[in-house]
Structure formats: structure tokens, C-alpha cells
Design a protein around this ligand. Structure first.
Ligand code: MN
Length: 191
């Protein structure tokens, strides 16, 4: 099986001024693409030759895991964003956020702090636990909450390549931009 790069759900300049066309061109066109190429180069002759990305995330290790998870994580990140995003969730997701975090603003604050304090490269996630509760998680490098049986609902890429061209070391500004782009309709569907 050859994995392919899913199309971006918007044009490369669509997220401006929050995320620049240049960032998307490098991040999607080079970083995401390179993980994909490496994965496709690595899997022939391994038990993961025909495996889905989800199976790779749950079972693989080493380079197959790192590249497979990074392919999945990036697709999930791109699909978490929209030029028409921002604002607040509604309905059952909003109720669940209010139940587990106190309020939407408190959730945003906790997620932002988790992101800006993540040490090194990684991802911040809103996940749904098997008991239905919501949780904010940080993972390092390529790691993904599905490894721990949790369902990802939203992610923010905290690798430097995600924000350095636009914001250099100013992570809080990148997070402020991220909140203007979150596609809550998509997050509600995942929930
Ligand atoms: Mn990235």
C-alpha cells in the first residue's frame, strides 16, 4: 500500500493573516510530504506494508511509527483548521467542555498554557477518554493519544516549523492565531 498526501481542505493562502502561505508551503508541501515519502520508503517488507495509519500509530515503533504518526497528525491538524473557523463550539461539545473545564474560556486558557509550555517538539490535544470525559494532553515528537486508547478531537502542532516563519519564538501569538482558525464544526463531528 502506498500512502498518499490528502489534499489541503483550503488553498495555501486561505489561513492568512494567521498562518501564512509560506508556512503552509513548507509545512504541508515539505514537512508533511517528507514524512509521507519516508513512510512509503520504509514499510515495504515490514508487517506494516498494508497497515492503516491508525494501526501503525497503535502498534508500530521506530521510524515507521514516527513517520506514520506524523502523517496522520498533520492531516488531522490541517482538518482542524478552517478560514471560516474560530468562535466557540455549540451543543453537546460545549456542554462537555463546560462540565470538564468549567467554561470554554477556561478550556482555552488551559490548552494555550499546555501548548506554550510544551518542552521541545510535540502536539497539544483535546481528547475524549473511553469514559466520555474530555482531557487536554501534550505529546512529544510524533506521539499520538490513540496509543493510549483516547480519541483525538483537536490538535495544535507545537513543532517549531509550525510557527517559526510567522511568529519566531512568540508561541502565545501563534496560539491566538490558532484559536481564530479552529473548525469547531469538525471538532463537534469528531466528538
Ligand atoms: Mn508540523
Amino acid at each position: 500500500m502506498t500512502h498518499t498526501l490528502p489534499k489541503l481542505p483550503y488553498s495555501p493562502e486561505a489561513l492568512e493573516p494567521h498562518i501564512s502561505k509560506k508556512t503552509i508551503e513548507y509545512h504541508y508541501g515539505k514537512h508533511h510530504m517528507t514524512y509521507l515519502k519516508k513512510l512509503n520508503d520504509m514499510i515495504p517488507g515490514t508487517p506494516y506494508e498494508e497497515a492503516s495509519l491508525e494501526d501503525i500509530i497503535r502498534k508500530a515503533d521506530g521510524g515507521v511509527f514516527n513517520n506514520g504518526a506524523q502523517v496522520w497528525n498533520h492531516t488531522f491538524y490541517w482538518e482542524s483548521l478552517s478560514p471560516d473557523g474560530g468562535g466557540e463550539p455549540t451543543g453537546e461539545l460545549l456542554e462537555a467542555i463546560e462540565k470538564d473545564f468549567g467554561s470554554f474560556d477556561k478550556f482555552k486558557e488551559e490548552f494555550t498554557t499546555a501548548s506554550t509550555t510544551l518542552f521541545g517538539s510535540g502536539w497539544t490535544w483535546l481528547v475524549k477518554n473511553p469514559d466520555g470525559s474530555l482531557e487536554i494532553m501534550k505529546t512529544s515528537n510524533a506521539d499520538n493519544p490513540m496509543r493510549q486508547g483516547k480519541t483525538p478531537l483537536l490538535t495544535c502542532d507545537m513543532w517549531e516549523h509550525a510557527f517559526y516563519l510567522d511568529y519566531q519564538n512568540r508561541k502565545p501569538e501563534y496560539l491566538a492565531a490558532f484559536w481564530k482558525l479552529v473548525d469547531w464544526n469538525r471538532v463537534e463531528d469528531r466528538f
